[in-house]
Write a protein that binds this ligand. Structure first.
Ligand code: FAD
Length: 488
């Protein structure tokens, strides 16, 4: 589905004009508006909801930054641009080297820019494995840096920088709310014009295909606005749109996956871009069902319905869940012993039962005879030597399952709480300009954030913080480039 681009002709009368039109006031839109205003461009932000915030306001508030930030250094992590680059290149399917290089090389500058906007990263380090930690600490592990084979492709360093919420985060999402409250306050102060309840329905192009304005719907009726320098689509993802999910990422349309984020993450901006000649690229999803914390559960053994292991259990939760979704019937069980037993805090994985031995467990879980028993016997024998030759689990998490009773937690899709959102959208270059089917720039049109494809492309490679990181970073690139463009 596309949104038709209106051709500029005598019938189009503009009600207003701006240098740069930003469609959507989330992380990407706010960052773009700030950069364009910083050099004096006349910026108009059109937001469909009654207030800005978007899905960013629901988020954990992690931003993936590295290369030796102040917080990393103060905690003894001598991260380098090269390590960050190597890690992101290794984790990203079909990586865009130019964008990843730029993102890593400018990561320190981006950290400073975010702090200059009033977003504080406190100097504390949260060392535990977590889903969304509730302390004020500004740094933690939010990816697969210590997971084999990535740990051998780049020196592992934590890069999840969390916006500090004074007094700690009492509820999920407070970090994201803090980001958006802060950025929106800055946009308001900057002199950008913000119109809420403004639903952009169409782009407007001249005869040569250059985007020169937009048409939007308000409670008062339709309005047309001309853009002298450019238009940014920063409308967020598409997971709330079932038809789009079925087309791009069918698992997001599965009733057993709970979609999180703003209801306006319905892909309207991707449709605007497609209507202007844009294309989608590497579209995927993050679906997650974390079984940790408590961290002791990482010492468990994750098996499929055939009783076989399939992933290093200490992987980041998006990767572990991605691997569960690839198993037969999307079924998986986490096997524990009495020494490490705990109840998952976020994923809702139910206890199937507890047994005195693995043979009875295997039978009751309906697994082929002998397979689970062999899996666990091999695992335990290797664990005695602190080794995991099959999946190279990090040594902190290797411990034989030796103390009965033995338990199985049901990690299968449909049995526990799987939630997700979309990743990727319109193809863009490193300046956030939208590309057409031949890879050529569509003049006057930019896209950034969850409606564009940059670094975060799939759950298996996802590191928390890359979405807000790329939304703010490539949003800024759009604002900088558009403000410097010649007037139409
Ligand atoms: C629960 C949750 C937790 C997350 N945690 C993290 C995290 O900790 N770190 C991380 O990096 N990522 C996280 N993410 C992902 C991240 O929040 C998003 O990918 C990112 O914030 C998207 O920013 P954005 O500016 O592109 O879109 P959004 O923040 O969604 O903003 C888009 C805006 O555009 C508006 N809009 C939509 N259509 C139109 C239209 N046609 N006209 C006008 N306006 C329109 C919307 O109303 C919205 O305000 C999380 C996501 C969720 C849902």
């Amino acid at each position: 589905m596309t949104s038709e681009t209106i051709r500029l002709d005598n019938t189009v009368t503009f009600d207003d004009t701006a240098d740069f039109i930003v469609i959507g006031l989330g992380a990407a839109g706010a960052s773009a508006a700030l950069e364009a205003r910083a050099v004096g461009a006349d910026v108009l932000v059109l937001e469909r909801a009654s207030a800005g915030g978007g899905s960013t306001a629901y988020s954990g508030g992690f931003v993936y930054l590295g290369g030796g930030t102040r917080v990393q250094k103060l905690n003894g992590f001598d991260d380098t641009v090269e390590d960050m680059f190597n890690y992101l290149m290794a984790m990203t399917p079909n990586p865009d080297e130019e964008k990843i290089r730029l993102y890593c090389e400018k990561s320190l500058e981006h950290f400073d820019w975010l702090e200059r906007q009033g977003l504080v990263f406190n100097n504390g380090f949260y060392a535990e494995k977590h889903f969304e930690h509730s302390t004020e600490d500004g740094l933690s592990w939010t990816g697969n840096e210590k997971v084999w084979p990535f740990s051998e492709q780049a020196h592992p360093f934590p890069r999840g920088h969390k916006i500090t919420v004074a007094g700690g985060q009492q509820e999920l999402g407070m970090g994201g709310r803090k980001i958006m409250d802060t950025l929106i306050a800055r946009v308001e102060e900057s002199g950008a014009r913000i119109v809420t309840d403004a639903n952009v329905k169409n782009l407007i192009a001249d005869a040569a295909g250059r985007i020169v304005g937009v048409k939007y719907k308000t409670f008062e009726g339709d309005r047309h606005v001309a853009a002298a320098k450019g238009v940014l689509i920063s409308t967020g993802g598409f997971a709330m749109n079932k038809e789009m999910s079925e087309r791009y990422s069918p698992l997001l349309a599965d009733e057993r996956v709970h979609i999180v984020g703003s209801t306006y993450s319905d892909g309207s901006g991707i449709e605007l871009g497609l209507g202007a000649g844009g294309v989608t690229q590497d579209v995927g999803y993050l679906i997650t069902c974390p079984f940790y914390p408590p961290a002791s559960l990482l010492k468990g053994v994750l098996v499929n319905k055939e009783g076989k292991r399939f992933v290093a259990e200490d992987s980041y939760h998006g990767r572990t869940t991605g691997a569960c979704l690839l198993q037969p019937d999307r079924k998986a069980y986490l096997i524990l012993d009495n020494a490490i037993f705990g109840r998952p805090e976020f994923g809702g994985q139910q206890l199937v039962d507890a047994w005195d031995n693995f043979a009875d467990m295997e039978r009751d879980l309906g697994m082929p005879e002998g397979v689970l028993q062999k899996t666990l016997a091999d695992y335990n024998a290797n664990a005695e030597r602190h080794e995991d030759p099959d999946f190279h689990k990090y040594h902190d998490w290797i411990q034989p399952l030796a103390e009965p009773p033995f338990a199985a937690l049901d990690c299968s899709l449909g049995s526990s709480f799987y939630s997700g959102f979309s990743l990727g959208g319109l193809a863009t270059n490193a300046k956030a300009q939208v590309l057409d089917t031949t890879g050529k720039v569509i003049p006057g049109l930019y896209a950034a954030g969850a409606c564009a494809t940059n670094i975060a492309k799939d759950g298996m490679g996802y590191s928390s913080g890359t979405c807000i990181g790329e939304s703010t970073f490539f949003g800024r690139q759009a604002g900088i480039d558009a403000a410097a463009a010649q007037d139409y």
